[in-house]
Design a protein around this ligand. Structure first.
Ligand code: MN
Length: 254
């Protein structure tokens, strides 16, 4: 089995080191291609207006001066000598739950893998203000990632689908299990934008990512995490709201 490991936090992030370790427990053919810098919030963007540079960090270990999508694309098309059986993206330092998905570079890297027809899994470690008792912020992911990935290795994935996995901000022993759940939502429309002045007096804006306090809907990723479970959410590349197609077509009918 050949595995491509990537992320959005950059090649030097602790989460990708952990994911690489986990991948090596599952395979002896692990490749890494990740952004050279932190690309959190890059979503599914592709670099089109600048050249992307590739740097070799070691045997089968590379970074690109671009987005997570660039990294997967270059990994698949330029670096690897054959397609991987699995793309693993993460482990992101922070949640990718609910509406985070379309902003998420971590999930988008897995989307790029799914677009290429490869079994792809995004993995994110939820991080809260309070650390878990052990102080190891990746503790849940460290001990649960393999238990999540292993059964998926021979699970058929529907075409144009991928998985997003989130680990709760708990020590591994406190995690209550795994739940397959749908995507919930939070309301980033009300999240803060801080306005300030730089040292030269120019105005700037800086986005906050405040958690919106609300009761997560039943059966969602947000609820599973709030209740101490690892959440596993199947996603699809087709964003069409199928139920609206017929009604909308009626509006434009002769
Ligand atoms: Mn990130």
């Amino acid at each position: 089995m050949r595995v491509l490991v990537t992320n959005d936090d950059g090649i030097h992030a602790p989460g990708i080191e952990l994911l690489e370790q986990i991948a090596r427990e599952l395979s002896d053919d692990v490749w890494v291609c990740a952004p050279s810098d932190n690309q959190t919030g890059a979503g599914h963007s592709l670099t089109l207006s600048l050249p992307v540079r590739l740097r070799k960090h070691g045997e089968r270990r590379f970074s690109v001066t671009g987005t997570p999508t660039d990294a997967v694309s270059i990994g698949l098309k330029q670096i690897m000598d054959g397609p991987p059986d699995l793309v693993l993206s993460g482990i992101n330092a922070g949640a990718n739950l609910g509406d985070d998905i379309t902003y998420s570079g971590t999930v988008s890297a897995a989307m790029e893998g799914a677009l290429a027809g490869i079994r792809s899994i995004a993995l994110s470690q939820v991080m809260t203000q309070e650390r878990p008792p052990s102080g190891d912020r990746f503790n849940a992911a460290r001990h649960w990632a393999r238990r999540v990935i292993e059964p998926l290795l021979d699970t058929p994935f529907e075409p144009r689908t991928l998985l997003s996995v989130n680990f709760p901000s708990l020590d591994a022993s406190e995690v209550r299990g795994m739940r397959v759940v749908r995507q919930g939502f939070h309301d980033y429309a009300r999240a803060s934008v801080v306005e300030g002045r730089d040292p030269r007096g120019q105005r700037y804006y800086w986005f906050g990512l405040d958690a919106i306090e609300h009761t997560p809907d039943h059966g969602t990723d947000l609820e599973a995490i709030a209740e101490g479970f690892v959440s596993v959410t199947p996603l699809q590349l087709d964003l069409t709201h199928h139920a609206s197609v017929a009604a909308l077509a009626d509006r434009f009918a002769g």
